[in-house]
Write a new protein. Sequence first.
Length: 364
Amino acid sequence: MELMVLLNALVTRLLFVLHSLIGVWRVTAVKKEPKYWLLALLNLLLCLETGLTLKFKQGRGYKWFSPAIFLYLICTVPSLWLLEIHHGTQYCGNEPGAVQVNVSNQDFNQSRDSSHGSEGTDHHIIQTAKVFVNQLSTICETVWTLALHQTFLLLLVVGRWLLPIGVEITRDQLSQLLLMFVGTAADILEFASETLDIKDVRNNYVLINAILAVWTWSMLQFPLDLAVQHIGCKPTASTRRIPSLLLCRYSAELWNIGVSLFIQDGPFFIVRSILMGHFRIFNQMLVFFTAKNILVVTLQLYRLAVITLDFRATILQKSRKGEVSCCPCEPYEASTHATTDQDNKMREFVAFPPKEESQALSED
């Protein structure tokens, strides 16, 4: 096993575990009940996946799916749910950051003076760490929750970058996937923060759960790599059907359209439309992002129509020429076979000319 592959696999999963534990710690601190530490047991699934991946895959990833990302979602999403439901119980001042910095520096100086000359360096480090943790605990809950949301989405992108890739995905495909994830993460963060910050939404427990359910549903696209990989198929009898041929040729494009319509922009548009139509909640950003979702959904449907018409035209053109409608996912092999057959026929023609031409040559 390569050292760099092993290091990336372990470091990435360690970051996932640490971030998940921070979320569990915040839930325990907010709820003030130690029983919520049981959420940390979910990280055992990630530890088990790490051992199995190192043993059977030598630390590398799987085809089309990332179990580490999926288990990271399972470990972190429950904590964020509890924090959002318990949101807004602490008061946040106008400038909480400046206040916290001043208090932190003052407490740090007091800790340094009290430990100077009487105790060793180890005790001074422990006291400093306690002061730092206490100051983190005094930060208001809304800031903590937003920070966990932001770092969660950033770790999903960075973690997918650091995780060793399998043999089925190339570096070029990974770069495309990461760029897509960056835009997706920004849209998801905007949806959660913009809708949950509305006062009328915060006063409605059902709306909070509905928005969090849609947010969780949108996160399920991160463990999948189908957006940049074709599923591939073999030219068998089953792949000669029109739907199978369409899926074979445009699998990545169809997956992107499906994600936008059924996982991200479509559900986001439905939620925002319900907020404006049923609950009469209006603000400038809500209207803007609703219009943006409508535009994206319309463009995705237009893209689907273009793909379908182009594929239909290709099938009709092949049927008129009498060609066999096999799976067009492997054009290189088909063209190679065609070229080989033409070369063989040309060689036979040169070696054995037609009878009429051979008789004319003998008469001359």
